[in-house]
Design a protein around this ligand. Structure first.
Ligand code: AMP
Length: 400
């Protein structure tokens, strides 16, 4: 086997997702997930050759131990030699990184500094980088930043209406996230419409447990709903999205919440979970709505879809043409109910749903779900890992 595969690592605070990918065609040789890291229940699940394997991770149950399990599996199956580099998903690149970047000591120090903007994510990403460096000391390691695609946004889109010096002195501005996903689906949508990406404008809705909408003009991100942190914008699984900032003062001053309690409430107890009072999982809410006529489930779906429709409509202000909108992420790719509800609130933008296509384009099948003659709405299965592999490969094979 040729040594042109990229090992893609996506490290969370207690998890590690990995894939071994051919960057040229997206072929995934192996993929998996280590979860519940840093606890005695730490496990690793590996999917390889159509088989799924699961095993416990032994002490110290950390990212390095998880990577060691992966290395053992790779070496038992003679796969180590086919890896040419490691591509890391790194959440926050601030204003420093808008390109794939070869990791060295300076880059790690900057990622660490940027942790003040992403305290939950960047430290975990760095842990993954160190563990991978220890396991693969001779291979190049590349960082692909989730914020990078949105670095093309104009100042009017990323500046908040607060004192400008907070931006200049402390970097408080919109950065946006899910950039790799928005970029991938825009690229696929352009292919579907047989137009060069540089001539396409889309509004893309990444709807998963985290959700964001992005306006893409001439192939570049010009605005997006997530902000300095992944809390702003549309409602998500457990995150509130936009709220009146005055609510925070009310909770603290009148209802005696601590700042930590407000943080937990907005990040972990809100969104679909908070409104439905059932679950953050869209499938559970849809079932309660369809089978039990549950009024909280109906309300959660209504609020979720209305806010996304409003966000999509608002992003038309960033564009001069609209080739179509794109649905992606676990919900966007699979939920015909959510897509139908969103499109039905965008009649003024001339979306006429193709009911059959909306039902068939699910579970990994991509395609158009509006009728010809109306505006295109496309379902596209995202593949952030492929982008990370592709960009890692391209960086390392650039002409000098
Ligand atoms: P992600 O974060 O992209 O993995 O997406 C997770 C979300 O996708 C969860 O809310 C799931 O309930 C939702 N999801 C996955 N499959 C379906 C489905 N068939 N119908 C509705 N929602 C789904």
């Amino acid at each position: 086997m040729k040594n042109n595969f990229i090992l893609v690592l996506n490290c969370g605070s207690s998890s590690l997702k990995f894939s071994l990918i051919n960057p040229e065609n997206g072929e995934t040789l192996l993929s998996g997930l280590a979860e519940r890291l840093l606890s005695e229940q730490a496990i690793i699940k590996i999917k390889h050759n159509g088989k799924k394997e699961q095993q416990s991770i032994s002490s110290p149950f950390d990212h390095q131990a998880a990577i060691q399990c992966l290395v053992t599996h790779l070496s038992e199956h003679q796969l180590i030699a086919c890896i040419s580099a490691i591509g890391h998903r790194v959440v926050h690149g601030g204003e420093t990184y808008y390109q794939p970047t070869l990791i060295n000591t300076d880059v790690k120090a900057t990622i660490e500094k940027l942790a003040r903007l992403a305290p939950l994510h960047n430290p975990a990403n760095l842990t993954g980088i160190s563990a991978a460096e220890a396991a693969f000391p001779t291979l190049p390691q590349v960082a692909i930043f989730d914020t990078a695609f949105h670095q093309a946004m104009p100042e009017k889109a990323f500046i908040y209406g607060i004192p400008y010096k907070l931006y200049k002195e402390h970097g408080i501005r919109r950065y946006g996230f899910h950039g790799t996903s928005h970029y991938f689906v825009a690229q696929q949508a352009a292919k579907m419409l047989h137009k060069p990406l540089e001539q396409c404008s889309f509004i893309s809705a990444h709807l998963g447990n985290g959700c964001s909408v992005a306006a893409i003009k001439d192939g570049k991100s010009v605005d997006t709903s997530l902000g300095m942190t992944p809390l702003e914008g549309v409602m998500m699984g457990t995150r509130s999205g936009d709220v009146d900032p005055g609510i925070i003062f009310h909770l603290v001053n009148q209802l005696n919440y601590t700042v930590e309690e407000v943080d937990t409430m907005l990040n972990k107890q809100s969104g679909l979970l908070g409104v439905s009072q059932l679950s953050n999982d869209c499938r559970t809410i849809e079932t309660a709505y369809l089978e039990d006529n549950n009024p909280q489930a109906a309300l959660a779906l209504d609020v979720f879809c209305y806010r996304i429709a409003k966000s999509i409509a608002s992003f038309t202000a960033s564009l001069t043409q609209l080739d179509g909108i794109i649905f992606t992420g676990g919900i966007g790719e699979n939920s015909d109910i959510i897509r139908e509800k969103i499109l039905s609130q965008l009649i003024l933008l001339n979306f006429k749903i193709d009911v059959d296509a909306n039902i068939t384009n699910r579970f990994g099948k991509s395609g158009r779900i509006t009728l010809e003659g109306s505006r295109a709405a496309l379902v596209i299965a995202t593949n952030e890992e492929w982008v990370i592999a592709e960009q890692t490969f391209e960086l390392l094979n650039q002409e000098p």
